[in-house]
Write a new protein. Sequence first.
Lengths: 389, 404
Amino acid sequence: MTVFKNYFRVLKKHLAIIIIYMVMFLGLIIMFTWNTGSKNDSFFASKVKLMVINEDTQSEFLEAFLDYLEQYAIFVEREEDEEARKNALFFREVEYILTIPEGFGEDFLNQGRMSLSKDTVPDSANAIFLDNAINNYLNIARTYIKHLPQISQEQLIKLVEATIGGQVNVKIENKLPDKISASNTFNKLFFNYLGYIIIACFVNGVSVVMFSFTVLEIRRRHVASPVSARRVGMQLILGNMAYLFCYLIIFIIAGYIMNKNRMLNTGTLLTWLNVLVFSLSCLSFSYLVGITVRSKKAIQAISTAVSLSIAFTSGIFIPQEYLAEPVLKAASFAPGYWYVKANNAIAQIISYDWTQLGKIFGYMGIQLGFAAAIMSIALLAGKRKAQKE
Amino acid sequence: MSLGLYFMRVKCLLRNMEGIFWCYIFPIILSTCLYLGVSKLGAVEEFETIKIAYVVGEAQTELSKEAGTAVSQEQAELSHEVGTAVGHNELLSVMKAAKLSEDKYMFDITLCSSKEAVDLLEKGDIEAYIIGGDRPELFIKENGLNETIVKSFVDSYMQKQITIKNILVSNPEALNNGLIDDLIGQTDFVDISDKHKKPDNIIIYFYAILAYTCIFASNWGLEEVINIEADQSMRGARISASPVSKMRLFACNMLASYTCHIISVILLFLYMKFVLNVKFGDELAYLIAICLAGSLTGLLMGASIGFWIKKKPAIKEAIIIAFSLGCSFLSGMMAVEIKYYVTEKFPLLAYINPVNLITDAMYSLYYFDGHNRYFINLMLLMLMAAVFTVASYFGIRRRNHDSI
């Protein structure tokens, strides 16, 4: 097993970069999944970050109005400086700046025409949501003032409060129990990000080792040795598979430990199977790179370029639903797209019937197809290279 | 002779494929990937018509019957009165008519049975479904902004019904005085302020990549030091034995590196502006000035690190990569919020970070009126360049090696 041992000796020299990627990945995953808690059974309203610039004198009506907005907004501390407000809005520290002009409260109660003023991201859903909430309150209050002219400010506040208490009954139809749902969400995030690291680390690890073994002098040395070419090939395959399994086992265990809602169910096992299938296609790609590049420095460049391109376009860094259609179409020519698709489908699966499982296995089948195709090209390229030399 | 040395070095740099990849090609790949990834993200923030289902037919009728038995005679009469006034299935028609703008509806409604609605919700084709009737019910799959918008819309409808009832109890004549019209014709109480430009924060990622590319010149600065220092490389040893003035050769090499690097920065800038359509503001001269200053600062910073840190070249390279990546992280290349957080909580750190100074200068040109902030950033960057020039000068002068 000389070749097998040498495989890991060469790999050891490049371990630093693989470890850096591993640490970076674990750091990233902790950052991105920190808030992945369990879902709530009951409805809770989304809230918008709101900064109120109240230039009016405080009145009971305005107080009641701002209390009402608490249902829909998280109040952000008021910034006095205009530039600081603009900064906060740009970086979404605040999503809605509401200015109540001087005299608005008085004017409103007297059915005047004064308006509030807002600064938001134009046409954003958050802005529209809060606009609706504000208008709803003020329109109800205005209707009471108009049709019940004798009403006092106190009565008005009570009446509006009682009115806005009338709310629709909401039911959440999530058939997956909370814990399973949370566990699936974590697995989806963890394994999707892992896709990027697998590509980067496999190209940096496997390709570098394969490159070392395909240097002309080393190949000549192998030919002159008593070990047959078949045995050398078998030991290299064994080395690659050992690397793949060691790598996956480390991350599968890490993912399992880090998952606060960990559970060993069919979904988790399917995710593990999917990452194994994806690793096979990455392994064949790394093999192809290793035997075709002309310098070790090029491997680092290929690793960075390919891993980043696939990560950005396949849905690893940015969810597939946020990517444009042409980008996704182009990405479907790489296994990363099908890997993420399978992970997303596994996270959403409710019943393990054949329709659902067939879809997931179909995605895995496509990845295996990629692995086979890339490996065929690699073998062909390898043979041609050997013939040329 | 100096010109000859300069052109020779330019030739060398352009033939170094590794350097060319990381400086010319990699930023373009990175910005393209980012563009492909985030091109739709801006639109994600925008309001999209919400797909919902509205259950009609048996379910609604049964529910209406149930609701009917539960309410008192007086309430039923009032409901009937209100119902006649606003029409049956009013919620459905109100939701159908709700518009965000001239050509954008708030809801895309599918009419179906409750079984079909459950299927649609499960598949993710709709975000919620409503079972109409006297007491509408809302079914959602998960909590979210769109779900909250649907809920608040239905709430608002129910609250209007309550308003009508409350007003009619005290003032039955209100129906003849335009009560329904008042509630249907909603007044918009919030005007848009024109004070701010569109706060499109995705551009910060592109600014940070451009700034990172400028500061990446530090690798080239370090390379020049390694090439000239006898204890750092074989070429340095050869140069030390040659009759050419080390200071002059270093100046020529640095100028050649600066030329090659600034071309890469300008190419990236043109690529971002004209191919990816990244918004940079309209002041091209200011933008080019900050790129020139950034690249110069990066180059001199690399040279200073090369001269003053007495370690192996590989360690110096690692220090530079870690430093430039760290600076980029703090200026928002990985997450824009970081830039805001650092500027707010640790302003000093923001002012001594060259990547942040370049990013912030570009951001100020795009987002703010006036150039105060831009010039503060530019001046600080030039000050850094001056400090690194002095450091490099003292690093190279009178440095000889007795034995290597």
